[in-house]
Design a protein around this ligand. Structure first.
Ligand SMILES: Cc1cc2nc3c(=O)[nH]c(=O)nc-3n(C[C@H](O)[C@H](O)[C@H](O)COP(=O)(O)OP(=O)(O)OC[C@H]3O[C@@H](n4cnc5c(N)ncnc54)[C@H](O)[C@@H]3O)c2cc1C
Ligand SMILES: NC(=O)c1ccc[n+]([C@@H]2O[C@H](COP(=O)([O-])OP(=O)(O)OC[C@H]3O[C@@H](n4cnc5c(N)ncnc54)[C@H](OP(=O)(O)O)[C@@H]3O)[C@@H](O)[C@H]2O)c1
Length: 351
């Protein structure tokens, strides 16, 4: 069986960038991706997320910018990724869901059911979409209405004429409220801390400052915090109608969930038909558990993209690189990290 220089797990922006740079360096590798088709998490975004709504998608390495064409993000971006895989002849195997990566002496073994791949290093690029964060609140199991998370947002029509509680203070909550509030019977926005509204533009300097904050956390081995905690919030034209309706008047978290609604801190019941949990995501890294990468602080400590606990492991699209621009750069850095490890390992074995 072939021993690869690297196995890349995940074929979103981060995995494709890593594969491109590994290939440029002449490093043998394969990309394993759990989805049926190209597009990473973009193929699963809700239908109403148009290319005008996205925050901006960085060009993949050595590719033209996508621009802001008309159309749905969940079709336009996957087509762009598919074209890229073909144009650069990247070897992506799918659908392959990796269950575990194990340490077998000098080598790592990547497992998917009965299938295995043996490799000197891995580049993990599995994103966050498959790990929606659904916090526990007392009484949730007894709620008589519907509960859903951002990942399964079915579009605004689903909420027409219903009373909707939106939980969470990130871009998902703000954007989904913008669509829902104008047609819902009523909406209530609850967050566990005061939203921080940006008054300035989220320009490249602001982006770098946000990334630096997350970098600092993962360098110390802490888990990444919510995205909004470093970016802040802004309303766009699309959200102005909801704003005029008062949808962005923030309320504190409810104290418990009851069958017919949510109990507010002032003791009143807010009757609800739906609770929409826009409470973010966690890194999809359960398959790395056998490698014991987590620090005592609960996160995977990184030096650049290299796992401090095991330098054969690169993490891209994780923490500071969880944006399309960050994923792009991380792919390049990870390929360099792989090359560095291989060079060190080969000089150690010939010494
Ligand atoms: C709603 C939403 C909108 C966003 N909009 C923007 C935006 O406009 N601009 C921006 O820069 N960022 C945006 N982001 C952030 C975005 O998630 C990242 O920028 C980037 O797309 C993530 O790329 P990725 O390659 O890390 O992960 P993903 O695109 O999630 O790709 C991960 C891949 O890994 C695969 N995978 C997962 N687990 C396994 C496994 N166990 N085995 C094998 N394969 C696996 C999946 O099948 C998937 O193909 C948005 C995020 C959300 C949630
Ligand atoms: N148009 C677009 O392109 C678009 C649209 C939507 C999302 N996005 C992107 O998608 C990514 C994820 O955004 P997101 O809004 O889903 O997630 P997020 O920014 O991580 O925000 C998650 C929110 O959930 C809250 N939360 C977490 N645990 C909670 C709990 N136990 N109780 C109450 N609240 C809790 C967080 O509060 P704390 O901050 O206190 O932890 C935070 O307000 C971001 O990169 C964002 O930019 C882009």
């Amino acid at each position: 069986m072939e021993t690869y220089d690297a196995v890349v797990i995940g074929a979103g922006q981060a995995g494709l960038s890593a594969s491109y740079h590994l290939k440029r360096r002449g490093l043998s590798h394969v990309v394993l991706d759990a989805d049926d088709a190209p597009g990473g998490a973009w193929q699963h975004r809700w239908d109403s997320l148009s290319m005008q709504d996205v925050h901006g998608i960085a060009a993949l390495p050595d590719a033209d910018l996508l621009g802001t064409p008309d159309g749905r993000a969940n079709t336009v971006v996957p087509a762009y990724f598919g074209d890229y895989e073909r144009a650069h002849d990247l070897r992506v195997l799918r659908p392959v869901r990796v269950d575990a990566v194990t340490d077998e002496g000098d080598l790592l073994v990547v497992h998917s059911g009965e299938r295995t791949w043996t490799t000197r290093t891995i580049v993990n690029a599995t994103g966050t979409w498959t790990q929606p964060h659904l916090p526990y609140y007392p009484g949730a199991a007894d709620f008589a209405g519907e509960q859903l998370h951002t990942v399964s947002y079915p579009g605004p029509a689903h909420f027409a004429g219903r009373r909707v509680v939106v939980v969470g203070g990130g871009a998902s909550a703000v954007q989904l409220l913008g669509e829902i509030a104008p047609i819902a019977a009523d909406s209530l926005w609850v967050t566990r801390r005061e939203p921080v509204w940006r008054t300035d533009e989220f320009n490249p300097d602001a982006g770098r400052a946000a990334v630096a904050l997350v970098e600092e956390r993962v360098r110390r081995g802490l888990p990444p915090a919510s995205v909004v905690s470093v970016t802040g919030l802004a309303l766009r034209e699309q959200e102005r109608a909801a704003e005029r309706l008062g949808a962005y008047v923030r309320h504190p978290m409810f104290t418990r969930i009851e069958p017919d609604g949510v109990r507010m801190p002032d003791g009143g019941l807010w009757p609800a038909d739906v609770i929409l949990w826009a409470t973010g995501f966690r890194p999809a890294v359960n398959h790395l558990a056998p490698l014991h990468l987590r620090s005592e602080h609960g996160g995977i400590q990184l030096d650049g993209t290299t796992a401090v606990a095991d330098p054969r492991v690169q993490l891209v699209g994780y923490g500071p690189s969880a944006s399309t621009i960050g994923a792009n750069r991380a792919g390049r850095v990870a390929a360099r990290g792989v090359a560095t490890w291989l060079a060190q390992a080969s000089s150690a074995s010939s010494a």
